[in-house]
Ligand binder design. Structure first.
Ligand SMILES: [Mg+2]
Length: 246
């Protein structure tokens, strides 16, 4: 990893969760998650049909460009349309799933000791911390996964969820919305994550990026464009070199 001689001062550090602060193999976790959720819809939809509707509604949410509809609204409009169910029928099933079943999936998550070092170093430098996880899940599911990482949610000025965001990764509008919410222009932000597409697209807004390699998801045909790259431990060391904020 290359560390510049003159450490730049970033006012905000945006951190991805899955595969970055939390050890989680999404390619294995997602099927287990979908199976557990599909089980809750037994009687409404067969499991294949459920998975198809979930993927389709999620894709429409990810591609949404309407700034007036939050991700939650886009998702449920589509999911209800596809499944021919009302929101009133679906909501209690989903709420029950996240309350009673989702915490049981914690065995998929792994605490990464260097994640705490990144957070502590950023706090030491008075850097604004944002949990910039793709806001395709409800807050409950994101805060639950955050507990699997062993990191206190209180450290973050903003945690992006399907309820508080209007765009998803890799749409650059997602990063611009964060920038507006925390009142910090993109050049003063550093986005760190493990996904060469979803996380590095922050660069399109003028943010610098740090590609975290421990659980790297390289979907850019081997030519990811990043400002820095290194392990999570190296990210912690890098944050320690940053100039302290006011
Ligand atoms: Mg990730």
């Amino acid at each position: 990893m290359s560390i510049p001689n003159e450490a730049k001062k970033y006012r905000a550090l945006l951190l991805d969760l899955d595969g970055t602060l939390l050890g989680l193999d999404l390619e294995k976790f997602i099927p287990a998650y979908i199976e557990a959720l599909a089980e809750k819809f037994d009687g409404f939809l067969n499991r294949e049909e459920f998975a198809r509707c979930l993927f389709e509604a999620t894709n429409i949410m990810v591609r949404n460009r309407d700034p007036h509809k939050n991700n939650e609204k886009v998702f449920y409009e589509e999911f209800c349309r596809l499944t021919k169910q009302s929101r009133e029928q679906i909501k209690p099933i989903v709420d029950n799933f996240y309350r009673d079943v989702f915490p049981g999936l914690s065995t998929w998550g792994k605490v990464l000791p260097h994640a705490r070092e990144v957070i502590d170093a950023a706090r030491e430098k008075n850097v604004i911390l944002v949990l910039a996880t793709n806001p395709i899940f409800p807050a409950e599911a994101i805060f639950e996964r955050l507990t699997w990482s062993g990191i206190d949610p209180e450290n973050f000025s903003l945690v992006t969820t399907m309820e508080n965001m209007h765009f998803c990764k890799p749409n650059p509008e997602y990063y611009l919305e964060i920038s507006r919410l925390i009142k910090c222009p993109p050049p003063d932000c550093l986005m760190a994550g493990n996904d060469t597409v979803e996380d590095l697209s922050a660069a399109e807004t003028g943010m610098d990026t740090f590609l975290v390699e421990d659980y790297i998801l390289d979907r850019s045909q081997g030519k990811p464009a990043y400002t820095y790259r290194g392990s999570l431990k190296e990210l912690a060391l890098f944050v320690e070199t940053l100039a302290a904020g006011e």
